[in-house]
Design a protein around this ligand. Structure first.
Ligand code: PLP
Length: 461
């Protein structure tokens, strides 16, 4: 009996053999090598336990692999997955918006693994401010007097309204009363913060005098908002932000701009229409500017507030800030991203701007390369000109020339084909257009081309 027990335990495969088994190793990039090792250890421990209890035969190698894979499949379902973005939408909110620069992820790794001087002044050895260092960088890239960072742009707008506009009036042009995705409606946010919305102008035409006529002793703010996801064309008139800022100064009422995307780069350099930048807003004299960290800045999720020092000081003193504050990983990634903008040519290392910078010829060449690896299946796959979109509430109408692989499913159902690509690991998310599935190369990293070719061969073949 004793001998049989020892022998069966010796039959348990070595950990390194299980680690090398392709079906198990395939989970490593999805759930991380630690989780894979943990799953193997757990399955082996279970076998040892039941062997000690009842000394049955150790399960066959295949059954052990299956047990490990089953555990890993659960771990994978519970976690976030790397996804390949073939939609051609660069800032896709459902796919996590801006991918981070290597410098930003390195900074997260370095800071998040250990302790840091997050709120510690190394000089005096006493408590320091979490916002000080990032504030310096933001002042440097924007020219603003002072800066603050919160969880996202929605939180930034909420903090501004809560600080300045509670029980008072906020004047907004009718053509800017936006609803962006995820239920963020400007009138509702105003109502929640206890401010009274004063709408001025009409849907298509708003003049400076509309703002002037709306001023009362209860006016707290003049608010501008970016038309993130729509455009009004035709018989239109809008208020120049510089003139609005001048009006605010004249009457002593702060002008706030919810800039939304917050670009530091001029998108005209990338063949897109010029998008009002953060620096434009600072130069126009807007008193407080709010924007996202993970839209056109290409950084982590964050809400950045820039503006006049006395106003930012009041925001900093609001107890609500404690509930909206960002963690060390966000600050590390945001700092590393901002530092790229301070280096000549550094913006090209922000993945968003790398993607915007690909030439159509380079994309066509990559598409042809992928197609050439498909042999027999190639007849289903064409290389076509397509259009990419910035997404993320920036330049809703702008299209960027791009190139896609277009796959016509033999089944006739492009949605079934799209689902098959989503079942790949890592999943590939494409865009259905007509009766074809498009995989747009502008949002696919060149390092992923070989994998896309393999997945294509698997799914179509
Ligand atoms: C995107 C956007 C927001 C919300 O930004 P988050 O960082 O997602 O909270 C707010 N206002 C405008 C104008 C936007 O475009």
């Amino acid at each position: 009996m004793r001998a049989a027990y020892a022998m069966s335990l010796r039959d348990i495969p070595a950990v390194h053999r299980l680690l090398a088994e392709p079906r198990i190793a395939g989970f490593s990039p999805l759930v991380g090598p630690e989780t894979v090792k943990d799953a193997i250890d757990a399955v082996i421990a279970e076998i040892r336990r039941s062997a000690a209890d009842r000394s049955p035969a150790v399960p066959q190698f295949e059954a052990i692999v299956a047990a490990v894979c089953e555990r890993l499949a659960v771990a994978e379902r519970d976690g976030l997955l790397d996804v390949i973005n073939g939609t051609g939408i660069l800032l896709h909110t459902n796919l996590g918006r801006a991918p981070l620069a290597r410098e930003a992820t390195d900074a997260i790794g370095a800071i998040a693994r250990g302790y840091s001087n997050l709120e510690f002044d190394l000089e005096s050895g006493t408590r320091g401010s979490r916002y000080e260092r990032i504030g310096g960088l933001l002042r440097e890239v924007s020219g603003a007097e002072d800066a603050l960072v919160v969880n996202n742009c929605a939180a930034a707008v909420l903090l501004v309204l809560d600080t300045f506009a509670k029980s008072r009036e906020v004047v907004v042009a009718r053509n800017q009363l936006i609803e962006i995705g995820g239920g963020f409606r400007l009138p509702d946010v105003l109502a929640r913060s206890g401010a009274t919305l004063v709408e001025v102008g009409t849907t298509n035409k708003v003049y400076l005098r509309d703002f002037e006529q709306a001023l009362t002793p209860r006016t707290a703010l003049l608010l501008r908002s970016h038309n993130s996801n729509f455009s009004i064309e035709g018989f239109v008139a809008d208020v120049n932000p510089g003139e609005l800022a001048a009006l605010g100064r004249r009457v002593g009422i702060p002008v706030v701009e919810d800039l939304g995307s917050g670009a530091l780069e001029d998108l005209a350099d990338y063949g897109l229409p010029h998008e009002r930048t953060v620096v434009d807003a600072v130069r126009d004299g807007v008193d407080l500017i709010a924007f996202s960290g993970d839209k056109l800045l290409g950084g982590p999720q964050a809400g950045i507030i820039l503006g006049r020092a006395p106003l930012v000081a009041r925001l900093r003193a609001n107890p609500l800030l404690r509930a909206l504050r960002v963690d060390k990983a966000t600050l590390a990634a945001l700092g590393a991203t901002l530092r790229l903008y301070l280096e000549p040519g550094g913006a090209k290392r922000v993945p968003l701007y790398a993607m915007l910078g690909y030439s159509v010829e380079a994309l066509r060449e990559r598409a042809a390369q992928i197609q050439s690896r498909l042999s027999r299946q190639a007849r289903h796959t064409r290389v076509i000109d397509s259009e990419a979109y910035v997404g993320g509430g920036a330049l809703p109408l702008a299209r960027l020339g791009s190139v896609a692989l277009a796959i016509r499913p033999t089944s006739g159902d492009p949605n079934a084909l799209a689902a098959a690509f989503r079942r790949e690991r890592p999943p590939i998310v494409g865009r259905v257009e007509g009766d074809e599935l498009l995989l747009d190369l502008r949002t696919i990293h060149p390092d992923q081309d070989a994998y896309v070719a393999e997945a294509l061969a698997r799914v179509i073949g």
